[in-house]
Ligand binder design. Sequence first.
Ligand code: R5P
Length: 296
Amino acid sequence: MQQPTLLYFEDEEALAQQLALVSGMPLQCIERHTFPDGETRLRLPTDLPERVVVLRSLHSPNTRIMDLLLAAPTARELGARHLTLVSPYLAYMRQDMAFRPGEAVSQRLVGRWLAELFEAVITIDPHLHRVHRLQDAVPADQALALSAAPLLAERVFREQADALLIGPDGESAQWIEQAARAHGFDHGVCHKTRHGDKDVAIQLPDVPVRGRCVVLLDDIASSGRTLVQASRLLLEAGARSVYVAVTHALFAGDAEQVIRSAGVRHIWSTDSVAHSSNVVSVAPLIAQGLQELARC
Ligand code: R5P
């Protein structure tokens, strides 16, 4: 079977290059122009094969979703018959119910749009909470959720083998337990209550932290307040040092600054979203995922 072409946007060239290298897919760029009024013009390569993979992480999601709304049908007009979206960070997964009457259930709506545009969708550590399977949130023919937590845990183990691994909230328990099983880390999970975008209350787990090097492991750092609050409590409780390992380094606004000011010694992240803290590449993981889908 002919290799699919990997289409990418210029601002994700680093990950695209890595992915092309490990997967052997030929790489072509989608040209993107923003008009003065904010509208987007895309230009795709005109020599597309039957199978196309589009790489688009959905941080700063609103313009990037528009990129996909324009790119996918254009790829079909240019001859593509099978489209796979590789979205290492998949946005809008947290609003999985109407918390107050009248709220849009964004997870369901965005998931449906993507499923209408693409035959297959691959992502990494999507924030699935009340909806457990990616396929239920994104009902494409194929929907594959990969996890970068084992890669991050490996990195943590190399740097701080005796770390106490802490998840800042209930949702992180899955990654904490997996990492603890693989490397024998002592571990625990906090209880978190969110009162607002930048207002979270955290309760530490009942594990001794005094004198320990603690690594907070989570899927997303967005406003950074979850990590700030957890770090402060850990340091107040006598932790020797606090490090952070996250899959998706969104770091909105002043997030990185407030995390560092809270006393976090170092931040490790994956390149699912390009950021200066990236130390783990998700390209090999995505390449495996693409192979897995191709076999089905
Ligand atoms: C939510 O439960 C996620 O696992 C993250 O903990 C959360 O999205 C982080 O958000 P923020 O950085 O804004 O506190």
